[in-house]
Design a protein around this ligand. Sequence first.
Ligand SMILES: *Cc1c(COP(=O)(O)O)cnc(C)c1O
Length: 391
Amino acid sequence: MDTPKPAPSPVPPPGDGLVQVLDIDRSDHAYRRWLSTAVAKVHADANRSADTHLLSVPLPADWGVDLYLKDESTHPTGSLKHRLARSLFLYALCNGWIRPGRPVIEASSGSTAVSEAYFARLIGVPFVAVMARGTVRAKVELIEFQGGRCHLVDNPSEVYEAAARLAEETGGHYMDQFTYAERATDWRGNNNIAESIFRQMASERHPVPTWIVATAGTGGTSATLARYVRYAQATTGICVADPENSAFFPGWRDGDLGATTAAGSRIEGIGRQRVEPSFVPGAIDRMMRVPDAASVAAVRVLEKLLGRRAGASTGTGLWAAFRIISEMRESGERGSVVGLICDPGERYVEKYYADAWLREQGMDISPYLACLERFLQSGKLDCPGAESHRA
Ligand SMILES: *Cc1c(COP(=O)(O)O)cnc(C)c1O
Protein backbone atom coordinates (compact mmCIF):
# COMPACT_ATOMS: atom_id res chain seq x y z
CA MET A 1 0.00 0.00 0.00
CA ASP A 2 2.27 2.74 -1.26
CA THR A 3 -0.09 5.65 -0.91
CA PRO A 4 1.61 9.04 -1.20
CA LYS A 5 1.47 10.73 2.17
CA PRO A 6 0.49 14.41 2.40
CA ALA A 7 3.34 16.77 3.21
CA PRO A 8 3.88 17.21 6.96
CA SER A 9 2.58 20.39 8.56
CA PRO A 10 5.03 23.27 8.56
CA VAL A 11 7.14 23.22 11.67
CA PRO A 12 7.26 26.57 13.43
CA PRO A 13 10.74 27.82 14.00
CA PRO A 14 11.87 27.14 17.53
CA GLY A 15 12.01 29.91 20.04
CA ASP A 16 8.92 31.88 18.99
CA GLY A 17 6.86 30.66 21.93
CA LEU A 18 4.59 28.38 19.86
CA VAL A 19 4.17 24.67 20.42
CA GLN A 20 4.92 22.47 17.46
CA VAL A 21 1.87 20.86 15.77
CA LEU A 22 2.11 17.08 15.68
CA ASP A 23 0.22 15.54 12.80
CA ILE A 24 0.28 11.92 11.76
CA ASP A 25 -1.85 10.94 8.79
CA ARG A 26 -2.12 7.20 8.22
CA SER A 27 -4.71 7.44 5.45
CA ASP A 28 -4.32 4.43 3.21
CA HIS A 29 -6.51 4.75 0.16
CA ALA A 30 -5.79 1.30 -1.24
CA TYR A 31 -6.69 -0.30 2.09
CA ARG A 32 -9.88 1.78 2.32
CA ARG A 33 -10.90 0.66 -1.16
CA TRP A 34 -10.31 -2.96 -0.11
CA LEU A 35 -12.27 -2.37 3.08
CA SER A 36 -15.22 -0.84 1.22
CA THR A 37 -15.36 -3.82 -1.11
CA ALA A 38 -15.18 -6.25 1.82
CA VAL A 39 -18.01 -4.50 3.70
CA ALA A 40 -20.09 -4.36 0.51
CA LYS A 41 -19.65 -8.12 0.04
CA VAL A 42 -20.84 -8.83 3.59
CA HIS A 43 -23.85 -6.52 3.08
CA ALA A 44 -24.68 -8.16 -0.23
CA ASP A 45 -24.57 -11.59 1.41
CA ALA A 46 -27.06 -10.39 4.04
CA ASN A 47 -29.22 -8.92 1.30
CA ARG A 48 -29.38 -12.30 -0.45
CA SER A 49 -30.34 -14.08 2.76
CA ALA A 50 -33.90 -14.76 3.91
CA ASP A 51 -35.07 -14.65 7.50
CA THR A 52 -35.20 -17.97 9.38
CA HIS A 53 -38.54 -19.66 10.06
CA LEU A 54 -40.31 -19.56 13.38
CA LEU A 55 -41.75 -23.07 13.57
CA SER A 56 -44.85 -23.84 15.58
CA VAL A 57 -44.40 -27.06 17.57
CA PRO A 58 -47.60 -29.10 17.62
CA LEU A 59 -48.81 -29.38 21.23
CA PRO A 60 -52.44 -29.91 22.31
CA ALA A 61 -54.23 -26.55 21.81
CA ASP A 62 -56.16 -26.98 25.06
CA TRP A 63 -52.91 -26.79 27.02
CA GLY A 64 -53.15 -23.03 26.51
CA VAL A 65 -49.40 -22.79 26.10
CA ASP A 66 -47.83 -22.60 22.65
CA LEU A 67 -44.26 -23.52 21.78
CA TYR A 68 -42.29 -22.07 18.88
CA LEU A 69 -38.78 -22.81 17.68
CA LYS A 70 -36.75 -20.32 15.68
CA ASP A 71 -34.99 -22.49 13.12
CA GLU A 72 -31.47 -21.11 12.97
CA SER A 73 -30.20 -24.21 11.20
CA THR A 74 -31.40 -22.84 7.85
CA HIS A 75 -28.75 -20.12 7.54
CA PRO A 76 -26.33 -20.64 4.62
CA THR A 77 -23.71 -22.07 7.01
CA GLY A 78 -26.20 -24.09 9.03
CA SER A 79 -26.33 -22.51 12.48
CA LEU A 80 -27.10 -19.42 14.51
CA LYS A 81 -23.38 -18.63 14.22
CA HIS A 82 -24.03 -17.29 10.74
CA ARG A 83 -25.52 -14.17 12.38
CA LEU A 84 -22.61 -13.93 14.79
CA ALA A 85 -19.95 -14.40 12.11
CA ARG A 86 -21.51 -11.66 9.97
CA SER A 87 -21.58 -9.28 12.95
CA LEU A 88 -18.02 -10.15 14.02
CA PHE A 89 -16.66 -9.62 10.51
CA LEU A 90 -18.39 -6.26 10.15
CA TYR A 91 -17.22 -5.18 13.60
CA ALA A 92 -13.63 -6.26 12.98
CA LEU A 93 -13.55 -4.78 9.46
CA CYS A 94 -14.92 -1.43 10.63
CA ASN A 95 -12.48 -1.43 13.56
CA GLY A 96 -9.60 -1.84 11.12
CA TRP A 97 -8.69 -5.20 12.61
CA ILE A 98 -8.84 -7.27 9.43
CA ARG A 99 -6.24 -6.50 6.79
CA PRO A 100 -5.95 -7.80 3.22
CA GLY A 101 -3.88 -10.96 2.96
CA ARG A 102 -3.70 -11.43 6.73
CA PRO A 103 -5.44 -14.46 8.27
CA VAL A 104 -8.43 -14.35 10.57
CA ILE A 105 -8.06 -16.80 13.45
CA GLU A 106 -10.73 -18.02 15.83
CA ALA A 107 -11.08 -20.18 18.92
CA SER A 108 -14.22 -22.21 18.37
CA SER A 109 -16.16 -25.33 19.21
CA GLY A 110 -16.83 -25.53 15.49
CA SER A 111 -20.04 -23.81 14.42
CA THR A 112 -18.60 -20.29 14.55
CA ALA A 113 -15.57 -21.43 12.59
CA VAL A 114 -17.77 -22.90 9.84
CA SER A 115 -19.56 -19.55 9.47
CA GLU A 116 -16.41 -17.45 9.79
CA ALA A 117 -14.60 -19.56 7.18
CA TYR A 118 -17.49 -18.70 4.87
CA PHE A 119 -17.16 -14.95 5.48
CA ALA A 120 -13.36 -15.06 5.29
CA ARG A 121 -13.60 -16.64 1.86
CA LEU A 122 -16.26 -14.12 0.86
CA ILE A 123 -13.89 -11.21 1.52
CA GLY A 124 -10.79 -13.12 0.40
CA VAL A 125 -8.71 -13.57 3.55
CA PRO A 126 -7.28 -16.85 4.94
CA PHE A 127 -9.01 -18.45 7.93
CA VAL A 128 -7.72 -20.74 10.69
CA ALA A 129 -9.96 -22.38 13.30
CA VAL A 130 -8.44 -23.40 16.64
CA MET A 131 -10.55 -26.20 18.11
CA ALA A 132 -10.45 -29.03 20.63
CA ARG A 133 -9.54 -32.41 19.20
CA GLY A 134 -12.88 -33.86 20.34
CA THR A 135 -14.89 -31.72 17.90
CA VAL A 136 -16.96 -33.84 15.52
CA ARG A 137 -15.23 -34.64 12.23
CA ALA A 138 -18.19 -33.25 10.26
CA LYS A 139 -17.42 -29.73 11.50
CA VAL A 140 -13.76 -30.00 10.53
CA GLU A 141 -14.90 -31.04 7.06
CA LEU A 142 -17.36 -28.15 6.85
CA ILE A 143 -14.64 -25.65 7.80
CA GLU A 144 -12.32 -27.11 5.18
CA PHE A 145 -15.16 -27.11 2.67
CA GLN A 146 -15.51 -23.35 3.27
CA GLY A 147 -11.78 -22.96 2.57
CA GLY A 148 -10.63 -22.72 6.19
CA ARG A 149 -7.85 -24.59 7.98
CA CYS A 150 -8.19 -26.37 11.34
CA HIS A 151 -5.63 -26.28 14.13
CA LEU A 152 -6.56 -28.86 16.78
CA VAL A 153 -5.46 -28.70 20.43
CA ASP A 154 -5.72 -31.45 23.05
CA ASN A 155 -7.48 -29.55 25.82
CA PRO A 156 -10.57 -27.41 25.10
CA SER A 157 -9.38 -24.75 27.56
CA GLU A 158 -6.21 -24.20 25.45
CA VAL A 159 -8.05 -22.80 22.45
CA TYR A 160 -7.95 -19.13 23.49
CA GLU A 161 -4.21 -18.97 24.04
CA ALA A 162 -3.40 -21.06 20.99
CA ALA A 163 -5.52 -18.76 18.80
CA ALA A 164 -3.94 -15.60 20.23
CA ARG A 165 -0.46 -17.04 19.72
CA LEU A 166 -1.23 -18.08 16.14
CA ALA A 167 -2.51 -14.57 15.36
CA GLU A 168 0.67 -13.06 16.75
CA GLU A 169 2.90 -15.42 14.79
CA THR A 170 1.09 -14.83 11.49
CA GLY A 171 0.29 -11.13 11.85
CA GLY A 172 -3.35 -12.13 11.63
CA HIS A 173 -6.39 -11.15 13.66
CA TYR A 174 -7.76 -13.25 16.52
CA MET A 175 -11.48 -12.66 16.20
CA ASP A 176 -12.23 -13.73 19.81
CA GLN A 177 -15.96 -14.43 19.65
CA PHE A 178 -16.03 -15.18 23.38
CA THR A 179 -15.18 -11.55 24.11
CA TYR A 180 -16.82 -9.69 21.25
CA ALA A 181 -20.04 -11.61 20.49
CA GLU A 182 -22.21 -9.46 22.75
CA ARG A 183 -20.93 -6.11 21.48
CA ALA A 184 -20.60 -6.92 17.79
CA THR A 185 -24.33 -7.66 17.54
CA ASP A 186 -26.89 -4.90 17.01
CA TRP A 187 -29.01 -5.64 20.06
CA ARG A 188 -31.52 -2.80 19.54
CA GLY A 189 -32.79 -4.12 16.23
CA ASN A 190 -31.56 -4.35 12.64
CA ASN A 191 -33.51 -7.59 12.33
CA ASN A 192 -31.46 -9.32 14.99
CA ILE A 193 -32.74 -12.67 16.27
CA ALA A 194 -34.91 -11.01 18.94
CA GLU A 195 -36.56 -8.46 16.69
CA SER A 196 -37.20 -11.18 14.14
CA ILE A 197 -38.90 -13.39 16.77
CA PHE A 198 -41.15 -10.56 17.96
CA ARG A 199 -42.17 -9.68 14.40
CA GLN A 200 -42.88 -13.32 13.55
CA MET A 201 -44.95 -13.75 16.72
CA ALA A 202 -47.16 -10.74 15.94
CA SER A 203 -50.15 -12.73 14.57
CA GLU A 204 -50.07 -15.52 17.17
CA ARG A 205 -52.63 -15.91 19.95
CA HIS A 206 -49.99 -15.06 22.55
CA PRO A 207 -47.76 -12.68 20.57
CA VAL A 208 -45.52 -11.61 23.46
CA PRO A 209 -43.68 -14.72 24.66
CA THR A 210 -43.86 -15.45 28.36
CA TRP A 211 -40.39 -16.93 28.05
CA ILE A 212 -37.67 -17.15 25.46
CA VAL A 213 -35.23 -19.98 26.16
CA ALA A 214 -31.66 -19.75 24.89
CA THR A 215 -28.44 -21.62 25.57
CA ALA A 216 -24.99 -20.12 25.95
CA GLY A 217 -21.71 -20.69 24.14
CA THR A 218 -20.42 -17.16 23.82
CA GLY A 219 -23.49 -15.85 25.64
CA GLY A 220 -24.09 -13.49 22.74
CA THR A 221 -27.50 -14.80 21.71
CA SER A 222 -28.89 -14.62 25.24
CA ALA A 223 -27.41 -11.11 25.65
CA THR A 224 -29.09 -9.90 22.46
CA LEU A 225 -32.42 -11.46 23.41
CA ALA A 226 -32.29 -10.12 26.96
CA ARG A 227 -31.23 -6.61 26.01
CA TYR A 228 -33.84 -6.44 23.26
CA VAL A 229 -36.79 -7.43 25.45
CA ARG A 230 -35.73 -4.85 28.02
CA TYR A 231 -35.26 -2.17 25.37
CA ALA A 232 -38.66 -3.05 23.83
CA GLN A 233 -40.22 -2.98 27.33
CA ALA A 234 -41.65 -6.45 26.80
CA THR A 235 -42.65 -8.62 29.77
CA THR A 236 -40.84 -11.63 28.31
CA GLY A 237 -38.43 -13.50 30.58
CA ILE A 238 -35.11 -14.79 29.25
CA CYS A 239 -34.07 -18.24 30.45
CA VAL A 240 -30.64 -19.70 29.71
CA ALA A 241 -30.42 -23.49 29.76
CA ASP A 242 -26.94 -24.75 30.53
CA PRO A 243 -25.42 -28.24 30.20
CA GLU A 244 -23.27 -30.18 32.67
CA ASN A 245 -19.63 -29.10 33.04
CA SER A 246 -20.43 -25.46 32.27
CA ALA A 247 -19.25 -22.51 34.34
CA PHE A 248 -22.14 -20.26 33.26
CA PHE A 249 -24.70 -21.79 35.64
CA PRO A 250 -22.63 -21.77 38.86
CA GLY A 251 -21.14 -18.40 37.86
CA TRP A 252 -24.58 -16.87 37.48
CA ARG A 253 -26.10 -18.58 40.52
CA ASP A 254 -23.27 -17.53 42.84
CA GLY A 255 -22.46 -14.20 41.20
CA ASP A 256 -18.96 -15.53 40.60
CA LEU A 257 -17.64 -14.55 37.18
CA GLY A 258 -14.40 -16.40 38.00
CA ALA A 259 -16.18 -19.77 38.14
CA THR A 260 -14.51 -22.57 36.19
CA THR A 261 -15.12 -26.27 35.59
CA ALA A 262 -12.64 -29.12 35.31
CA ALA A 263 -14.01 -30.84 32.22
CA GLY A 264 -15.28 -29.60 28.87
CA SER A 265 -18.93 -29.66 27.82
CA ARG A 266 -20.27 -32.69 25.97
CA ILE A 267 -22.95 -30.59 24.32
CA GLU A 268 -21.20 -29.02 21.33
CA GLY A 269 -21.65 -25.29 20.92
CA ILE A 270 -22.66 -24.58 24.52
CA GLY A 271 -21.33 -24.86 28.05
CA ARG A 272 -17.92 -23.33 28.71
CA GLN A 273 -15.27 -24.08 31.31
CA ARG A 274 -15.14 -20.40 32.24
CA VAL A 275 -17.76 -17.63 32.34
CA GLU A 276 -17.07 -16.02 28.98
CA PRO A 277 -16.73 -12.22 28.86
CA SER A 278 -19.54 -12.11 26.31
CA PHE A 279 -22.06 -13.59 28.77
CA VAL A 280 -24.15 -10.77 30.26
CA PRO A 281 -25.45 -12.18 33.56
CA GLY A 282 -27.37 -9.13 34.77
CA ALA A 283 -29.78 -9.28 31.84
CA ILE A 284 -30.70 -12.96 32.35
CA ASP A 285 -33.88 -13.74 34.33
CA ARG A 286 -33.49 -17.43 34.91
CA MET A 287 -31.03 -20.27 34.42
CA MET A 288 -31.57 -23.99 34.33
CA ARG A 289 -28.90 -26.68 34.38
CA VAL A 290 -30.05 -29.57 32.23
CA PRO A 291 -28.46 -33.04 32.42
CA ASP A 292 -26.69 -33.98 29.20
CA ALA A 293 -28.77 -37.16 28.87
CA ALA A 294 -31.93 -35.02 29.06
CA SER A 295 -30.58 -32.77 26.28
CA VAL A 296 -29.97 -35.76 24.03
CA ALA A 297 -33.36 -37.29 24.87
CA ALA A 298 -35.10 -33.98 24.11
CA VAL A 299 -33.44 -33.58 20.74
CA ARG A 300 -34.48 -37.09 19.81
CA VAL A 301 -38.06 -36.24 20.77
CA LEU A 302 -37.81 -33.15 18.55
CA GLU A 303 -37.39 -35.47 15.59
CA LYS A 304 -40.71 -37.10 16.45
CA LEU A 305 -42.44 -33.73 16.85
CA LEU A 306 -41.07 -31.87 13.84
CA GLY A 307 -39.56 -34.55 11.63
CA ARG A 308 -36.13 -33.00 11.78
CA ARG A 309 -32.90 -33.50 13.62
CA ALA A 310 -30.89 -30.89 15.49
CA GLY A 311 -27.72 -30.71 17.55
CA ALA A 312 -27.85 -31.46 21.26
CA SER A 313 -27.79 -27.79 22.33
CA THR A 314 -31.24 -27.52 20.78
CA GLY A 315 -32.27 -30.35 23.12
CA THR A 316 -30.86 -28.51 26.16
CA GLY A 317 -33.07 -25.53 25.39
CA LEU A 318 -36.02 -27.70 24.49
CA TRP A 319 -35.89 -29.54 27.81
CA ALA A 320 -35.95 -26.20 29.63
CA ALA A 321 -38.85 -25.01 27.46
CA PHE A 322 -40.81 -28.18 28.25
CA ARG A 323 -40.19 -27.66 31.94
CA ILE A 324 -41.43 -24.07 31.75
CA ILE A 325 -44.52 -25.21 29.83
CA SER A 326 -45.15 -27.83 32.50
CA GLU A 327 -44.95 -25.15 35.21
CA MET A 328 -47.28 -22.83 33.28
CA ARG A 329 -49.77 -25.69 32.88
CA GLU A 330 -49.63 -26.42 36.56
CA SER A 331 -50.31 -22.81 37.54
CA GLY A 332 -52.96 -22.38 34.84
CA GLU A 333 -50.97 -19.69 33.07
CA ARG A 334 -51.60 -19.28 29.33
CA GLY A 335 -48.99 -17.93 26.95
CA SER A 336 -46.20 -18.76 24.57
CA VAL A 337 -42.63 -20.02 24.89
CA VAL A 338 -39.99 -19.59 22.20
CA GLY A 339 -36.86 -21.70 21.83
CA LEU A 340 -34.17 -22.09 19.19
CA ILE A 341 -33.04 -24.76 16.76
CA CYS A 342 -29.34 -23.95 16.88
CA ASP A 343 -27.76 -26.26 14.31
CA PRO A 344 -28.67 -29.36 12.27
CA GLY A 345 -28.48 -32.93 13.58
CA GLU A 346 -26.67 -34.21 10.48
CA ARG A 347 -23.44 -32.96 12.03
CA TYR A 348 -23.86 -35.34 14.95
CA VAL A 349 -25.04 -38.67 13.53
CA GLU A 350 -21.99 -40.31 15.11
CA LYS A 351 -22.52 -38.56 18.42
CA TYR A 352 -25.96 -37.68 19.79
CA TYR A 353 -27.76 -39.97 17.37
CA ALA A 354 -25.41 -42.92 17.88
CA ASP A 355 -26.13 -45.42 20.64
CA ALA A 356 -22.45 -46.42 20.61
CA TRP A 357 -21.47 -42.88 21.65
CA LEU A 358 -24.06 -42.89 24.44
CA ARG A 359 -22.67 -46.20 25.76
CA GLU A 360 -19.13 -44.88 25.56
CA GLN A 361 -20.20 -41.85 27.61
CA GLY A 362 -22.12 -44.00 30.09
CA MET A 363 -25.16 -41.93 29.22
CA ASP A 364 -28.59 -43.49 29.71
CA ILE A 365 -31.25 -41.42 28.00
CA SER A 366 -34.11 -43.91 28.48
CA PRO A 367 -35.49 -42.46 31.76
CA TYR A 368 -35.58 -39.01 30.15
CA LEU A 369 -37.21 -40.37 27.00
CA ALA A 370 -39.90 -42.00 29.13
CA CYS A 371 -40.37 -38.76 31.04
CA LEU A 372 -40.76 -36.78 27.82
CA GLU A 373 -43.28 -39.31 26.50
CA ARG A 374 -45.37 -38.77 29.63
CA PHE A 375 -45.01 -35.00 29.26
CA LEU A 376 -46.33 -35.04 25.71
CA GLN A 377 -49.39 -36.97 26.95
CA SER A 378 -50.08 -35.11 30.18
CA GLY A 379 -48.38 -31.72 29.89
CA LYS A 380 -46.55 -32.45 33.11
CA LEU A 381 -42.78 -32.93 33.15
CA ASP A 382 -42.63 -35.08 36.25
CA CYS A 383 -39.04 -36.26 36.43
CA PRO A 384 -36.29 -34.47 38.30
CA GLY A 385 -33.19 -33.58 36.38
CA ALA A 386 -32.85 -29.84 36.14
CA GLU A 387 -31.59 -27.42 38.69
CA SER A 388 -33.25 -24.06 38.27
CA HIS A 389 -32.63 -20.56 39.55
CA ARG A 390 -34.41 -17.30 38.99
CA ALA A 391 -32.93 -13.82 39.21
C1 LIG B 1 -22.89 -21.04 19.71
C2 LIG B 1 -23.94 -22.02 19.83
C3 LIG B 1 -24.98 -21.86 20.76
C4 LIG B 1 -25.05 -20.69 21.73
O1 LIG B 1 -25.00 -19.41 21.14
P1 LIG B 1 -24.18 -18.20 21.76
O2 LIG B 1 -24.79 -17.01 21.14
O3 LIG B 1 -22.76 -18.36 21.33
O4 LIG B 1 -24.28 -18.20 23.24
C5 LIG B 1 -25.94 -22.85 20.80
N1 LIG B 1 -25.89 -23.93 20.00
C6 LIG B 1 -24.91 -24.10 19.09
C7 LIG B 1 -24.90 -25.32 18.23
C8 LIG B 1 -23.90 -23.16 18.98
O5 LIG B 1 -22.93 -23.34 18.08
